[in-house]
Unconditional design. Sequence first.
Length: 180
Amino acid sequence: MSGVYQLKYRDGRVEECFGGRGYYYVLESKALFSFLPVPSWCHHCKSIQLAEDLMKPSEIEAELKLIDEPNSEWYRRYPRGRAPGEDSRIRERLRNQLSLWARRKNLPRCLVCGLPGVSFFVEGKWTPHPGSGEEALFSCVAICSDGFAMRFFDPDGVELTLTETERKHCRSLVDAAKNL
């Protein structure tokens, strides 16, 4: 599922933006790491485009420490009652993202032009629009089940040009993960 976002301006205008799903980093021949891109301002495209949404390594490390403390703030934000094994899946996802950062040379990229140089909107707070400077409120207003992109990227966020055999292999990894 991907998000439906709204960008509201002080003059009453509303702009809808949509997230995406079906985006994967190929970490090695047998490992994929899925990610959900979010709408951001691309300084090269001069428009709102989907971009990689990655936590900073320091944020990831702090989150991992909190997960290891049963009485931490993390457990207040994500109360017990989650599905069995959910903590382990979250921990693995964070470790994968940390591993991804160890291989990266660039900051997050625009998924349209492929270049780094994106500014993210601050969710739930009136802030200057990265392109125009006018105040805007960015928020996720719904979840939708749009199309499945099925796009693959190297750890640095560069889209891969795969042979049909490589694409089939990556699809089989996606299908295997769905069946877990």
